[in-house]
Design a protein around this ligand. Structure first.
Ligand code: ADE
Ligand code: ZN
Length: 349
């Protein structure tokens, strides 16, 4: 790492907000703000079991992953038309650009929509057009990752893959999300093997609530190149060494972990431990509309609670580029941009 300029602690929040960064773990359906949920419900004539935006927001008191997912899937029920998917993704991308996100790899859950009769093409094309526009307007490169819902069957995942293949050029990879406990990665061994044959990049949620064994099988059975969450890895020293040695990135989501009671408070989050163990950990927002903040808020609250320093800010932003699926030239470009940003802070010393 190059020699960082001295940055007084009171300047750190502005540095975190201003530094260029990538976001690698954002569920686009988790960016649906209550106001947009109500607007789309009205536009599409969908009845909601909540009387108002305030009543919906008041329901955002989660005790674990499942208690969140129940509300998250209910919120997504207002999405019907291609325009709805565009509007949702555009709202996220405008916020991301304003937070100095220069690259985003965005999860979407097609089964949540196709099960309600929404055509796969409406989902993918709506999201894709928003990604295209973000690149044109903001220079933000945005890519899509299709996630399979792990509480459904592998046969359902295969049917979803088949339905998505006409749009293969619009997504770069596949992931695995939804209810973790009781749905180990092994359940999806064959469909992930097929995805790898198709040249898709592979990620999987593992070790969010589930045991280290799920991280091992995400790596060894699914061939995951990145682990989403992965915070339970600290309970297995051999696994920690494997993740560090192979520099398998973890996409950690601090506010999500606190809101879903994975950690009792931000001060007890283990991100510093993961970095100290030499892992390529990154900071991400997961479902920002539900967990109290977008990417910069995750950085700000994490740094305040763990007393992290400017060198951690540089490392985490650097890791976000390294861990991305962008090509080497793009990574080097963003890493140079990051270095120039920190060097530019010197002038204000
Ligand atoms: N889908 C949306 N957010 C998720 C999370 N944090 N874990 C698993 N599945 C999800
Ligand atoms: Zn997630």
């Amino acid at each position: 790492m190059f020699h960082l300029p001295h940055i007084p602690p009171q300047r750190l929040p502005a540095v975190l907000r201003g530094m260029p960064k990538a976001e690698l773990h954002i569920h686009i359906e988790g960016s649906l703000e209550p106001e947009l949920i109500f607007k789309l419900a009205q536009r599409n004539g969908v009845a909601l079991p909540y009387a108002s935006v305030e009543a919906l927001r008041a329901a955002y008191a989660f005790t674990d992953l499942q208690s969140f997912l129940d509300i998250y899937y209910a919120g997504a029920s207002v999405l019907l038309k291609e325009q709805d998917f565009f509007d949702m993704a555009w709202a996220y991308l405008e916020k991301a650009a304003a937070e100095n996100v220069v690259h985003a790899e965005i999860f979407f859950d097609p089964q949540t929509h196709t099960a309600r009769g929404v055509p796969m093409g409406s989902v993918i094309q709506g999201l894709h057009h928003a990604c295209q526009r973000a690149h044109q307007e903001f220079g933000l490169s945005a890519k899509l990752i299709l996630c399979f819902l792990r509480h459904l069957s592998e046969a359902d995942a295969f049917a979803t893959l088949e339905a998505a293949l006409p749009y293969r050029h619009h997504f770069i990879g596949v992931g695995l999300d939804s209810s973790e406990m009781g749905h180990p990665p092994e359940k999806f061994e064959r469909v992930f093997a097929r995805c790898r044959e198709l040249g898709l990049r592979v990620v999987a949620h593992a070790g969010e609530e589930g045991p280290p064994a799920y991280i091992w099988s995400a790596l060894d059975v699914l061939g995951a190149e990145r682990i989403d969450h992965g915070v339970q890895a600290v309970h297995d020293p051999v696994l920690l060494r494997r993740l560090a040695d192979a520099q398998v990135p973890l996409t950690v989501c601090p506010l999500s972990n606190v809101k879903l009671c994975v950690f009792p408070s931000m001060a007890q989050h283990n991100l510093r431990q993961l970095l100290d163990a030499g892992l390529c950990a990154t900071v991400n927002s997961d479902d920002p509309a539900y967990f109290g903040g977008y990417l910069n808020e995750n950085y700000l609250q994490l740094f305040a609670a763990l007393d992290l320093e400017p060198r951690h800010a540089y490392q985490l932003a650097f890791n976000s580029f390294e861990a991305s699926f962008a090509d080497e030239a793009a990574k080097r470009g963003w890493e140079r941009q990051l270095k120039s940003y920190f060097e530019g802070l010197r002038e204000h010393d």
